[in-house]
Structure formats: structure tokens, C-alpha cells
Design a binder for this molecule. Sequence first.
Ligand SMILES: Nc1nc2c(ncn2[C@@H]2O[C@H](COP(=O)(O)OP(=O)(O)OP(=O)(O)O)[C@@H](O)[C@H]2O)c(=O)[nH]1
Ligand SMILES: [Mg+2]
Length: 311
Amino acid sequence: MYNHMLDGIRANDHRALSRVITSIENNQGLTDEFFISVYKYSTNAIRIGITGPPGSGKSTLTDQLIKLFLEHSKSVGVVAVDPTSPFTGGALLGDRIRMNRYIWEENVFIRSMGSHGDLGGLARKTQDVGDVLAASGKDIIIYETVGVGQGEHDVAAAVDLTIVVLVPESGDEIQLMKAGLIEIADLFIINKSDRDGAGRLAQLLQNILHTANVAEQSDPPVINTIATEGKGLNELYDSIEEYLTNMRSNGLFDANRLVKHRARVLGLVQEKLLDKFWTSEKLAVLSQETHSIDSIKLSPYEISSAILKNE
Ligand SMILES: Nc1nc2c(ncn2[C@@H]2O[C@H](COP(=O)(O)OP(=O)(O)OP(=O)(O)O)[C@@H](O)[C@H]2O)c(=O)[nH]1
Ligand SMILES: [Mg+2]
């Protein structure tokens, strides 16, 4: 059965890809053996994360980037991850509107994934989906995710290059620092630069980045774009290429991948242990010990000890 699925993936059969991704989303009986066989073919793809506030233009930018990658004879897989949405399968409305022109294009595959209320598993699933798309031969995998909370960190942990999208309204220095996006960005975009304040924000950001840069590496580039008009997109494309070339030549590309690889293994081990641990008996103890408001008189330490006593 896995050979059949793997053949479909390797043949870039988009229906097969859809089916496999749905199985991953629903945790439907895919074994380690399957993921191991997919992984073998997945390491050549470059993974790019695009994150930023809701409505900042991530999908419009992704759409424009797809066009540029195609022009450079590169195939693209897109995973639009929305941790706040329970909807999955096919595209979310906004993405569908902007990206459906690629629906018959065999070198582009776009898929949205929601959380299913299961945030923990989402990070793993998006990585698995990335592997599947990579194994289908896509040169570039783009993860689009809303930067609200954990999602952007999960994406940053899974990619070779993280792009943070801001808009002129993204605010002052304190807001930018608080948003926690500074640390994860390899490259900044100030989109909607047709609006007031884009130049000012770019300047402010460059100052912050320069001050924060203690490692004496070059500061992350800040690029102004108007995604709806395609403006600044060539510059963005060139910056992506340049970033990857530099990372490769100074060895950081591989070092970065290795760190992330290790983190992925760690996460997987934790998830497997947890899955194994929470047997129905233990879940029964948990619900027994926490079934009424009186339960809060018992210390969490006491209850957890009771659950862990035979470990
Ligand atoms: N004025 C202006 N509008 C833009 C620009 N880029 C995108 N938009 C518009 O901004 C709106 C949101 O764009 P999206 O690409 O859906 O933004 P997003 O970040 O993917 O949104 P979510 O996925 O919902 O978080 C759309 O109406 C776009 O047409 C821009 O450069 N200038
Ligand atoms: Mg979007």
C-alpha cells in the first residue's frame, strides 16, 4: 500500500498528494515506515516560511513569489497554515481567491491546513506535509502562517528561511519588539508600501536590527513591497537567493538544518512518548481525579504522582 502511495507522490500526482495530506491531517494510519520512505526524497527542497499579522498580504506575496519561482523554472508547494482555523482540506477562502490561477499548474501545489483544535500536532503535521510535497519534486516549499502566538515559531523551526511581513501600521519600536518577530526573521518585508509610514517603518526597523545585532553578521534585509502591484518582488526574490547563497557559502545553511533536524527528532520523541503514555486507564484516572470542583483541593503534584506512580 505504501509503495503505491509513494509512487503517486513521486509521480507528482496531485490527487494522490491531496489524499496523503488528508491522511496526515486526520492522523489516519500512516506508519513510521511510510514517513521514512518519503523523507528520503525530501531533503533537496528549500523551505521558506512567510509569517506576519492577519491581512498583511502574506497570500498575495506568496502568489507573486510563485510566479517568480515558476519563471525561474522552479516548482512550488505551498502550505497555508492557519492555527486559528478549524477548517482544512483545500484552500481557505482568501487563499483560494488569490491562488486559484495555479490550479491546473502541475508545478504548483497549494494546500491549507487548520488546527483541528490540535495545536500540538499541527507543527509535526505541517512538517510531514512539507516532506510529502518535497518528495513530489517541488523545489520550493512555502509555509504561510499567521503570526499570532506559537504558529510563527513552529514555522521558523521548520524552514531554511523565515520572512516576516509587516505593514506600515505595524507600529512603533516597542510593539515590534514585543511581537517577538524580530528574533525569528531572516528577512523583513514591509508590504502595503503604497501606504503612509512605510519608509519610516523601514528606517525604524533597520535601526532596531542594527542595534540588536551583536553577532556581527549582516543585518536581515528590509524590503518594501506593494504585493498587489508586484512592486519590490524582484528585489525580494533576489534577496532570497542571496540569503541562501550566503548561508551555503559560510556553512550556516547546513548548521541551521542540523539544529532544526535535532529539534524535530526531539519533538517527535516527546509526542510518541506522550501518545504511548496516555492509555485509557491513565486518562480514566485523570478524569476521575479532576471530575468536580472539589478536585482542585488536591495538588496537581499529588494527582500527577498518582498518574505516574507505575512509570
Ligand atoms: N494597499 C495594498 N493592499 C494590499 C497589498 N498587499 C495585499 N493587499 C490587500 O490586503 C488584503 C489581505 O491580503 P492577503 O494576501 O489575503 O493577506 P494575508 O496576510 O494572507 O491574510 P490572512 O491570511 O488572512 O492573514 C487583500 O485585500 C489584498 O488585496 C499592498 O501591497 N497594498
Ligand atoms: Mg493568507
